[in-house]
Ligand binder design. Structure first.
Ligand code: NAD
Ligand code: LMR
Length: 340
């Protein structure tokens, strides 16, 4: 669940054993540039396909000169470029779409991004229906159900192959808590459950010693830490002042997420991460997708979906506030595909 450590583990593995799986990763748009660079450096990637409506060929030509064994190829929308990028992909990462500007919520991106994600998902369902898909494009709480509905309509939906990438929330929780507690971020892995927007982001600080202390002390420090984890994205949007949202930390988080899938696919046991998946945990409350710790199978697909575990009463309250919002966000995604 911690990026730098995992990347180091991947490097050690790849240099000590040969990878079992051919790992062709396709990145569709968006945070693509720094994410693609990090993936080009990942020895578990053998082929990297970049697709964007602009500039993908140039980015790919640039990234491909990094002297790592994988090959990076870029495609634009002309001449069936999207299908070419997806051909043979085993992992598809979707960051394509509009980022926020100050004053916007992630839900304000719905109108712009729902159709972009739908169209990319339709191509993936046709060309690479067995790929594992990681959705980064916001609002993640809704775009993941959109992909699910597209795959259902195409008759190829496998819920174990669809993930919403919430890794940045875990990365932020680790960075912010370790800053307060004086711990090393690598030993400060905070499970973050729920979804990926404001109150749907539920950090379970009490589940590790450094966080438990902050939770038990309560007061302003706890309130400010929880708020910062839930609204860390806004902090970056505000600082970038109209020029977009998190891209570099997101690339780091997206590379870490992808690395988890690739490590599982390459024989590493017990790969576990918090990710937003179709989940039985709160289905009885009408919440069909939920992020909680998930153990991956040897195929890099969803295996065991773990419950949230023991909660402090303050975390129980956060969870109760999360569920109704999440339910609405999921319903919006599902309704979009029913209508469009
Ligand atoms: P950006 O504006 O820098 O890049 C968006 C890219 O998407 C552009 O290159 C654009 O050409 C491309 N694009 C647009 N329509 C496309 C299409 N139909 N097919 C392919 N590519 C297309 O934005 P960004 O900062 O990279 O953010 C991308 C998305 O990721 C946003 O929705 C943002 O909110 C989201 N995001 C999510 C997380 C997360 O934690 N899940 C974190 C950061 C950003
Ligand atoms: C983030 O958490 O940084 C992303 O979801 C982008 C955003 O809009 O905040």
């Amino acid at each position: 669940m911690f990026a730098a450590r995992q990347t180091t583990q991947s490097l050690k593995r790849a240099f000590s054993t040969s990878a079992k799986a051919q790992s062709h990763v396709a990145v569709l748009g968006g945070i693509g540039q720094p994410l693609s660079l990090l993936l080009k450096l990942n020895p578990l990637v053998t082929k990297l396909s970049l697709y964007d409506i602009r500039l993908a060929a140039g980015v790919a030509a640039d990234v491909d000169h990094c002297n790592t064994p994988s090959k990076c190829v870029g495609f634009g929308p002309e001449d069936g470029g999207l299908e070419k990028a997806l051909e043979g992909a085993e992992v598809i990462i979707i960051p394509a779409g509009m980022p926020r500007k100050p004053g916007m919520t992630r839900d304000d991106l719905f109108n712009a991004n729902a159709s972009i994600v739908r169209d990319l998902a339709q191509a993936a369902a046709k060309v690479a229906p067995k790929a594992r898909i990681g959705v980064i494009a916001n609002p993640v709480n809704s775009t993941v159900p959109i992909v699910a509905e597209v795959f259902k309509a195409a008759g190829v939906y496998d819920p174990t192959r669809l993930f919403g990438v919430t890794t940045l929330d875990i990365v932020r929780a680790s960075a912010f808590l370790s800053g307060i507690a004086g711990t090393h971020p690598k030993d400060t892995n905070v499970p973050v459950v729920g979804g990926h927007s404001g109150p749907t982001i539920v950090p379970l600080l009490s589940q590790l010693p450094a966080g438990k202390k902050v939770v038990e002390e309560g007061g302003e420090t706890l309130a400010a830490l929880v708020k910062r984890i839930q609204f860390g994205g806004d902090e970056v949007v505000k600082a970038k002042d109209g020029a977009g949202s998190a891209t570099l930390s997101m690339a780091y988080a997206g590379a870490d997420f992808t690395d988890s899938l690739l490590r599982a696919m390459n024989g590493e046991k017990n790969v576990k991460l918090c990710t937003y998946v179709e989940s039985p945990l709160y289905k009885d409350q009408g919440v069909d997708f939920f992020s909680s710790p998930v153990s991956l199978t040897a195929e890099g697909t969803v295996g065991t979906i773990h419950p949230v575990g023991e909660l402090h009463p303050t975390e129980q309250k956060l969870l109760e506030a999360c569920l109704p919002d999440l339910k609405k966000n999921i319903a919006a995604g599902t309704a979009f595909i029913a209508k469009n």
